[in-house]
Design a binder for this molecule. Structure first.
Ligand code: PHE
Length: 457
C-alpha cells in the first residue's frame, strides 16, 4: 500500500474541515433561508438539527475515515467486506459530482462580483433592485461570461488539490480561513454600526414561532447536512488523512462551532445592511447577488465593503469546492491507483464541463427546462441537498448502528482522547434519532412527489 498523506497539524485539520463546512451554504443560503422563514425561529430549529443530527454524523464520518485510512468507498469496503455498504461511498462520489457542478458556477459568480464591485460596477444599480435584478439575470444567462468565471474558479480548485493534502488543502485553508473570519468580523461591526443595524440582532435572535411552519423544519434539516458537508463522505475523506492521536469529539465540536458562528455572523452582517437601508429581509436567493449590490454604494466606502464581501464569499466557496473535488480525487487514488495529478485534472475537467451545461441552463440552453419544468441548475441543487446528502447521512448512521456496532465505533472514537468516559448509549440514541428524523423527512418528500400532498409541510 502507498504511504498515505497526513495533515501537518491538528489546527490544519480543523481549519481544512471547517473550510469545507463554511461555504455558500453559510453565507448565501442560510441568510436567505432565515430571512424567508421567520428569522430567529428558523435559526433555533437549524441549531437543534445541527446538534442532534449533524454532530453525531460528523463524528461518525471522522471515525470511519481515521480508522480505515481510506476514502468512502474503500472505507465501507474495509469495515464491511463483501457487502453492499460500499454503495454508500459510491453515492457520496456521485453526490460530489452533482454538487460541484453547480457549486463551481456560483463560485464563478462570486469572483466576478468581487471584481465588479472593485471597479465601481455597483454604482449604476445603487438603490435600484429592479435594474440590479435585470443585470443579474442577464449575466447568469449569458452563454460566455459566467462560464469564463466558472472555469477560473474550477482551475483554482484543481490547482490547490494537485498540491496534495498538506501542501495544498491544508496550506490554503490556513490562509483563507483566518482571512474569512477577519473579513467577517469587520463586515459585522460595519453593519452593526449603521443606523438601524442593531435590528438585525432582534431579527435573528428573537424567535416568533408563529412564523415557522413544517416545511421550514424540513429545510433546516436538509441545510444542516449541506452546511456541515455531511452525507457524501467529505468528512470521511478528510478523516482518513488523520493520524490516531486526535481527539475527534473536540475537533468535531470546533468545526460545528466555527460553521455555526460564521453563518450567524454572515446573517448579522447582511441583515444589518438590509435593515439600515430599509430593505426587505425576505428577498430570497437574490438577497446576495441582487439586493446587497444595490446597498453597498449607499454606504460610505461601499466599493471596498462590497468587494470584501464578495471576496469573502469567493474564499468560502473555494475551500468548500476543494473538499468536494477531493472526495472524487481520493476515490480514484485509493480505488484505482491513479496519480493525484491525473485524478484531479481529469475529473476536475469533467465536472467543469457538466457545470457549463448547468450555467447554460440559466439562459439560451433550455431544453432541459422545457422537458422537466425545472432548470438543470435547480435540479442538481434539489437532488443533492434534499435527497443525496440526507440519505447518505442516514445510511452512515444506520451503518454504525446495524453493521459496525456502536460499541466498536466508540472504542475507535476513544483513541486520542484523554477523558475516555463515553457511554455508547448516548451515541446509540443520537444515531437512532438521526436515522428516524431523516427517514421520516425523506418518506414525507417521496409521498409528496407521488401523491401531491404530504404528511407534514
Ligand atoms: N458545506 C458547504 C457549504 O456550506 C457545501 C458542501 C456540501 C461542501 C457537501 C462539501 C460537501 O457551502
Amino acid at each position: 500500500m502507498k504511504n498515505r498523506e497526513h495533515w501537518g497539524s491538528r489546527l490544519g485539520f480543523i481549519l481544512a474541515a471547517s473550510g469545507s463546512a463554511v461555504g455558500l451554504g453559510n453565507i448565501w443560503k442560510y441568510p436567505h433561508m432565515a430571512g424567508e422563514n421567520g428569522g430567529a425561529a428558523f435559526t433555533v430549529i437549524y441549531l437543534i438539527c445541527i446538534l442532534l443530527v449533524g454532530l453525531p454524523i460528523v463524528i461518525a464520518e471522522f471515525v470511519i475515515g481515521r480508522k480505515t485510512q481510506l476514502s468512502p468507498v474503500g472505507a465501507f469496503k474495509t469495515l464491511a467486506p463483501n457487502t453492499n455498504w460500499k454503495y454508500v461511498g459510491v453515492l457520496g462520489v456521485c453526490a460530489a459530482f452533482v454538487i460541484l457542478s453547480f457549486y463551481g458556477v456560483v463560485g464563478g459568480w462570486t469572483l466576478r462580483y468581487a471584481l465588479l464591485s472593485l471597479v465601481g460596477g455597483f454604482t449604476k444599480i445603487s438603490g435600484n433592485p429592479e435594474l440590479a435584478g435585470e443585470q443579474f439575470s442577464l449575466f447568469i444567462s449569458n452563454p460566455i461570461n459566467p462560464v469564463f468565471w466558472q472555469i477560473v474558479f474550477m482551475a483554482l480548485t484543481i490547482f490547490v488539490i494537485v498540491r496534495g493534502v498538506k501542501g495544498g488543502i491544508e496550506k490554503w485553508a490556513k490562509i483563507m480561513m483566518p482571512a474569512i473570519l477577519l473579513i467577517l468580523v469587520i463586515l459585522m461591526i460595519r453593519g452593526l454600526t449603521l443606523p438601524n443595524g442593531l435590528k438585525a440582532l432582534e431579527f435573528l435572535f428573537q424567535p416568533k414561532f408563529s412564523d415557522l411552519n413544517a416545511s421550514s423544519v424540513v429545510l433546516a434539516l436538509g441545510h444542516a447536512f449541506f452546511t456541515l458537508s455531511l452525507g457524501m463522505g467529505t468528512m470521511i475523506t478528510y478523516g482518513s488523512y488523520l493520524k490516531s492521536d486526535q481527539n475527534l469529539l473536540s475537533s468535531a465540536l470546533w468545526i460545528i462551532l466555527l460553521d455555526t458562528i460564521i453563518a450567524i455572523m454572515a446573517g448579522i452582517a447582511i441583515f444589518a445592511t438590509v435593515f439600515a437601508l430599509g430593505a426587505n429581509p425576505d428577498s430570497g436567493p437574490g438577497l446576495i447577488f441582487v439586493a446587497l449590490p444595490t446597498m453597498f454604494p449607499q454606504i460610505a466606502g461601499g466599493t471596498l465593503w462590497g468587494s470584501l464581501f464578495f471576496f469573502l464569499l469567493f474564499m468560502a466557496a473555494l475551500t468548500s469546492a476543494i473538499s468536494i473535488l477531493e472526495v472524487i480525487t481520493a476515490f480514484f487514488i485509493d480505488e484505482l491507483n491513479w496519480s493525484r495529478e491525473k485524478a484531479t485534472v481529469v475529473f476536475g475537467s469533467i465536472v467543469t464541463i457538466v457545470g457549463i451545461f448547468c450555467s447554460m441552463s440559466m439562459g439560451g440552453f433550455d431544453d432541459f427546462n422545457t422537458l422537466f419544468n425545472i432548470s438543470f441548475f435547480d435540479f442538481l441543487d434539489y437532488l443533492s441537498s434534499k435527497y443525496m446528502l440526507p440519505i447518505g447521512g442516514m445510511l452512515t448512521a444506520l451503518f454504525v448502528l446495524l453493521k459496525w456496532g456502536v460499541g466498536d465505533f466508540v472504542q475507535e472514537l476513544k483513541i486520542g482522547m484523554e477523558d475516555k468516559r463515553i457511554d455508547p448509549l448516548w451515541f446509540k440514541v443520537l444515531f437512532i434519532i438521526s436515522a428516524l428524523v431523516v427517514g421520516f423527512i425523506i418518506t414525507n418528500e417521496i409521498i409528496e412527489i407521488i401523491t401531491g400532498s404530504s404528511i407534514i409541510g
